[in-house]
Design a protein around this ligand. Structure first.
Ligand code: GLN
Length: 539
C-alpha cells in the first residue's frame, strides 16, 4: 500500500461516510489509480450475520461468504475494489484474535493491553488489505462518530498509521454536518467542536466534507478553514443530491480529488467521468418511467433491502428508465378480502426479495400467484424463488399443505426444506449456505438469455433449499428448473412456463450490480416490466 486515507464522521451518524469513502474511491479509479476499501465497525459483534435488519439494515455478503455491513455494498457499487472478509473489521474480530493469541501464549507472558496489542492488530489488518504492490490507495472508513467510546482504539490506530506513513502518504477526511437553524442560517459550531475532538486524539483532518441541505458559500468555507486548520480547498460543501451517484461529480467539481492528489504528491491522468455523468443523466432525466412493486417484510425500513433498491435502479439505467419502487407489505395480500389485482394497480413488475421467518408468507404466495396468472413480470430473490415453489405446489399441483419447512416443519409437502446433512444442526449462524457458488442454466432459459452465459457465479445467504423429493412432479407439471449447482443436486433457479418473465433465483444477484455495470437479471426484469407496462397502456 502506497497511500492511506481515513474517513471519519462527526456531529452525528448517518451523514454519508460510506458514500464519501466510496466516491473518493471512484474518483481515484477514474484517474486510473487502484484502490482498496475497508469498513471498520466499532461494535462487538464479530460480523453482521446475527444482526436484526430493523436495527442494522441489510447484511451484505461477499464472495468468500462474509456477512458484513452494508457499506461494503456501497464500495462495490462505486468502485472495482474487491471485497472479502478482510475488508470488514469489527471490534469483536479484533478482540477475539488478540484474546486467542493470548490464550495460545503468543505474547510470551507480557501484559496484553489495548495499546499496543489491540491497536497493532487493527493496524496489521488495515495494512494487509493494501499489501498488493499495485494498490495505490487504501481507504479506511471508521464507523461511528468521533467522540464515541467504542471508536477510540481505531482512531488511535489511525493516528499511529498517519504518523508512520507521514503526512504525504496519509490523509484524513472528516465528514460533518453544518445544520440550518430557523431563519435559514447555517451553523459551523458543531463542525468546529467535532474537529477539536478529532484533534484531541491527535488527528488533524486534511479534508472536511460538510453536509448541509443547500450547500456552503465561500465565506462559510473560509470560516471553517480558519477555525479548523484545514486548507480552504479542503473544505468541501456536500449539499443534498438528487442521487448518491452524483456525489463523485459534486466532489470533483469542487476539486476534492485534485486537492488530495496534490497534497499526497500523486501524478495521475485526468479523471474520466463520462460514464458517471451518463448514469446521473439516466437517473435524473430518464427516457421512460416504470413502477416496480416490491412485496416483502421490513418494507418500512429503507436500508433492509439497500442492494435490492440499488440493483433495481441499475436495471433502470440499463434500459434508460426511471424505476419507481412501490413497497407493499406482503401482509396486505393475505388480509380478509384482499384483492391482489387492485393492490397491484399501476404496477409494471413484481419483485419478492429475500427474507426469514413466517410472517407475511401467504401474502407473498398470493401476490406471486396473481403475477403468474396475469403475465406480470416476476423476479424472486432467494425467498422469492422459494415462494414460487410453494405457490406452484399449492395451485398447480393441488397440494394445499405445501410449504417451506422453515414455516411449517411438519408440512405434508415441504417443497422447500433443509438438506439431510443440515437437519438436527441447531447451531444458529453456522448452517447457512454463504458466499459464491457456480450455477448452470438450461440453454435458452430466461436467465441464460439475460446473462448471455450458461455458467455464472453468484452469492448465497440462505438455509433452506428447493426439495428434490418432488422435483419430478414440478417438472412434469411444467415448471422450468432453469438453473442448478454444477453437480446438478441443488436447484438454483425456477422459471414459470409460458410467461413473459417469471424468474426466481436461490442466490442474491443484487449484491453484484453496479450503476456502471447493471446486473443482467435486473436489466432483463426491468426490460420485461417496461414491455408489460406498454402492453397495459395499450389496453
Ligand atoms: N429464509 C430462507 C432460507 O433461509 C430464504 C433466505 C433468504 O431469502 N435470504 O432459505
Amino acid at each position: 500500500m502506497k497511500k492511506i486515507i481515513f474517513v471519519t464522521g462527526g456531529v452525528c451518524s448517518s451523514l454519508g461516510k460510506g458514500i464519501t469513502a466510496s466516491s473518493i474511491g471512484s474518483l481515484l479509479e477514474a484517474r486510473g489509480l487502484t484502490v482498496r476499501m475497508i469498513k471498520i465497525d466499532p461494535y462487538l459483534n464479530v460480523d453482521a450475520g446475527t444482526m436484526n435488519p430493523y436495527q442494522h439494515g441489510e447484511v451484505y455478503v461477499t464472495d468468500d461468504g462474509a456477512e458484513t455491513d452494508l457499506d461494503l455494498g456501497n464500495y462495490a457499487r462505486f468502485t472495482n475494489a474487491p471485497n472479502s472478509r478482510a475488508n470488514s473489521v469489527t471490534t469483536g474480530q479484533v478482540y477475539r484474535e488478540v484474546i486467542n493469541k493470548e490464550r495460545e501464549g503468543r505474547f510470551l507472558g507480557k501484559t496484553v493491553q489495548v495499546v499496543p496489542h489491540i491497536t497493532d492488530e487493527i493496524k496489521a489488518r488495515i495494512v494487509a488489505v493494501g499489501k498488493d504492490p499495485d494498490v495505490d490507495f487504501t481507504i479506511v472508513e471508521i464507523g461511528g462518530t468521533v467522540g464515541d467510546m467504542e471508536s477510540v482504539p481505531f482512531l488511535e490506530a489511525a493516528r499511529q498509521l498517519i504518523h508512520e506513513y507521514g503526512r504525504q502518504d496519509a490523509a484524513s477526511v472528516h465528514v460533518t454536518l453544518v445544520p440550518e437553524v430557523s431563519g435559514g442560517e447555517l451553523k459551523t459550531k458543531p463542525t468546529q467542536h467535532s474537529v477539536k475532538e478529532l484533534q484531541e486524539v491527535g488527528i488533524q483532518p486534511d479534508v472536511l466534507v460538510c453536509r448541509s441541505g443547500a450547500g456552503l458559500d465561500e465565506s462559510l468555507r473560509r470560516k471553517l478553514a480558519a477555525f479548523t486548520n484545514v486548507e480552504y480547498e479542503g473544505v468541501i460543501s456536500a449539499r443534498d443530491a438528487a442521487t448518491i451517484y452524483s456525489i463523485p461529480l459534486v466532489f470533483h467539481e469542487q476539486g476534492l480529488d485534485q486537492f488530495l492528489l496534490r497534497k499526497m504528491n500523486v501524478e495521475s491522468r485526468h479523471a474520466d467521468l463520462k460514464a458517471w455523468k451518463e448514469v446521473v443523466r439516466k437517473l435524473t432525466e430518464p427516457k421512460g418511467r416504470i413502477r416496480i412493486g416490491v412485496i416483502g417484510k421490513y418494507m418500512d425500513l429503507h436500508d433492509a433491502y439497500k442492494s435490492v433498491w440499488e440493483a433495481l435502479s441499475h436495471g433502470g439505467i440499463a434500459n434508460d428508465a426511471g424505476v419507481e419502487i412501490v413497497r407493499l407489505d406482503s401482509s396486505r395480500f393475505e388480509a380478509d378480502g384482499a384483492d391482489a389485482g387492485a393492490l397491484l394497480d399501476g404496477i409494471d413488475g413484481m419483485l419478492v426479495p429475500g427474507g426469514f421467518g413466517q410472517r407475511g408468507i401467504n401474502g407473498m404466495v398470493a401476490a406471486a400467484r396473481w403475477a403468474r396468472e396475469n403475465g406480470m413480470p416476476y423476479f424472486g430473490l432467494c425467498l422469492g424463488m422459494q415462494i414460487m415453489a410453494i405457490e406452484w405446489a399449492r395451485t398447480k399441483l393441488g397440494w394445499a399443505d405445501a410449504d417451506s419447512a422453515e414455516f411449517n416443519p411438519d408440512a405434508g409437502h415441504a417443497v422447500v426444506s433443509l438438506l439431510e446433512d443440515q437437519v438436527d444442526v441447531k447451531n444458529f449462524g453456522g448452517t447457512m449456505r454463504l458466499g459464491c457458488n457456480d450455477t448452470f442454466f438450461k440453454e435458452g432459459s430466461k436467465p441464460a438469455l439475460a446473462y448471455g452465459a450458461v455458467k455464472v457465479s453468484e452469492r448465497h445467504r440462505h438455509r433452506y433449499e428447493f426439495s428434490n423429493a418432488w422435483r419430478a412432479d414440478f417438472e412434469k407439471s411444467g415448471m422450468v428448473i432453469a438453473g442448478f449447482t454444477p453437480d446438478g443436486e441443488l436447484v438454483e433457479s425456477l422459471e414459470w412456463p409460458s410467461h413473459p418473465w417469471g424468474v426466481g433465483v436461490q442466490y442474491h444477484p443484487e449484491f453484484k450490480s453496479k450503476p456502471l455495470a447493471p446486473h443482467p437479471l435486473f436489466a432483463a426484469f426491468i426490460k420485461a416490466s417496461i414491455a408489460y407496462g406498454e402492453k397495459r397502456a395499450r389496453g
